[in-house]
Design a protein around this ligand. Sequence first.
Ligand code: ADP
Ligand code: MG
Length: 345
Amino acid sequence: MAEAGLREGAHARRAVAVGEPLFEVENLVKHYPVRSGAFLGRGGGVVRAVDGVSFTLRRGETLGIVGESGCGKSTLARVLLRLVEPTGGRAMLAGENLFDLDKRAIRLARRRLQIIFQDPFASLNPRMTVAEIVREPWAIFPGVVPRGEWHDRIADLLTRVGLNADDAHRYPHQFSGGQRQRIGIARSLALNPEIVICDEPVSALDVSIQAQVINLLEEIQEGFGLSYIFIAHDLSVVRHISDRVAVMYLGKFVELGTWQEIYERPTHPYTQALLSAVPAIDPAERTRRIILEGEVPSPIDPPSGCRFRTRCRMAEARCAAEEPALVERAGGHRSACHFAAAPAE
Ligand code: ADP
Ligand code: MG
């Protein structure tokens, strides 16, 4: 995406604002059963969409999660919201494991944890007005916003996402893609959540309006004190907004670090390849481009050892035999590669 138009200095601001651990995810696993007739591989007939992911999200922090299509990013988001059931792991929010909650308790937890979807066309009900879309969560959670205040609160939310109070009476099809995503953002804020999971919120939008929506999400984060999990399929989109970045490949995190560590001192060959696909401003940088060949292998039968080895320019026999653990290199910087050097200080 174009970097032009993004606000400056956001990282300096957030480095100060980030607070205590808020959301702790441990060894999250989601395996989907393979439907009959499909190829049953060594994996035992399951799609290993998410296969052991751990991270901590701090208050006020943005954790970027990046990986090619099919790496399990949306599944991770959906499991955290219990839109699909986890296979294993824990997701601790304020001392409660979201994966232990019954249906009623999950609904209550969702007040604190909201999602913005990739496709602003598919995620808004075309038969509902903007006002009906934004206030729908208040009907599910009576008492959060007294009925007498709905009108003013809707106007306030619409203004905060850059729409007009008058837009409340219009229908989604009357808006552009960027404006529809703003409606989705207003709705996600209606219950005053603490965490918003943004699943590729700008991927379906024109490049020219991606920066506007990212700027808006940053402003809203400041105004509402939110923590974000921000998912994208390439590293350029999350660069500006993320405090830390996790790089995901075939259901696992392969590298996790601060944005400086990931963009300036990447240690995993997959991160390096994704980074070299980001258009470089400096022509000297362009010559170092690493081409990532082929597609992500099937998560039904992932490669033995290191899952990235079939596309890795450094792979050796050891990589097929032994799975590299996500080990700490320096500070909190983690990398899962047998050859990842300790980053130079
Ligand atoms: P991403 O968001 O990174 O593109 P997804 O989480 O959508 O990845 O998908 C990860 C893997 O899980 C893909 O191989 C996908 O085909 C598979 N998958 C996703 N949803 C289902 C499902 N409901 N049943 C079976 N497999 C699924
Ligand atoms: Mg996805």
